[in-house]
Design a protein around this ligand. Sequence first.
Ligand code: ZN
Ligand code: ZN
Ligand code: ZN
Ligand code: ZN
Length: 341
Amino acid sequence: METKCNCAIRASKELVTNLHRDGLDRGCIATFSDFLTIRQSFTSDENLLHQSLNSLRNVASGDTCLYDSISGVIDRTFRRNAYPSRPWVLIVVTDGDDNLSSMSSRQCSREIYDKFTKEDNNFMFVVGVGDRVNASKMQEMARAGYFDYIPVDDFLLLELAFLNIAYKVTKSLSLSLNNLAIGDISATWAEVQQHRQLSNVAIDYALLVDVSSSMNDMLRPQCFAGHDLRMVNGEYRENLWFCDVCGKDGPSSKTSEFHCSSCNFDACPSHCEPGRQCKPISRCLEDHPMRYVNIPGTWICDEDKKPYIGRHLRCEQCDYDMCPTCLTLITLMENLALVGR
Ligand SMILES: [Zn+2]
Ligand SMILES: [Zn+2]
Ligand SMILES: [Zn+2]
Ligand SMILES: [Zn+2]
């Protein structure tokens, strides 16, 4: 299995490969945990950037000094070494909440605005990965600091976030008006490259990547809400478990290999892929993933309005229950619709 850090490195390399024009644009690689480290100062040499990213494989340790590090990278790299005539682009990746900075989130936002985003030509993005990032605080900071906050559920989506960032940056810099629509999510790396080749604006950009100890975590499978699924032992469980995805009984032990304690969710190994959310068997009318539940007494199927007893699929949010017969019918019709396409 892959670590979060290695996944972040892979996505970063993809970004550099497609955004960077060798000998023209200048990139900088920085990391943060207990403190900020400038790994590679601004260089137009693409190979040096890749080497610097490769060297991050085994460095993750320590806490999350996010705010001080953002301020540091703006002061120590951009304001000291970047070309004032060029657009500046700062991309930050974090998987957690700041727990070490001397400055507050408010002070950090103010510095970001005063020293960086106040210039129309500058762009800053923070990508928050996973459920340990305080999304509402980051959104508030983004508003105050005039930067973009991009939350993604898991590390496998980081490359997609980078692609959207690169696309937004290249769109804004490209002088030729093309037929690509803003917000077009079907953008590809090939399009980003094409835009960069057409543009005559060179950029100075920096990647600031979280290398706190949690970045050593392996990519875990996730519940429907995007929480990591972890092993839970019999001694912590009262009952044998059943799978929330397919409704089958777990093996006859209290140990569940893939458990979410926030949602009290368990899944068989067959639904679990590293870094991915389990795929639900079916969804309610509002498109929420449905879970198997064991409600005592009778319940009414919301499709055929008949009463039933026992374990079945349910959407708690919509108070929507579905019997096995209706599930079979609906699944069959969905499959037919797919074939007919
Ligand atoms: Zn299952
Ligand atoms: Zn959960
Ligand atoms: Zn629902
Ligand atoms: Zn039914």
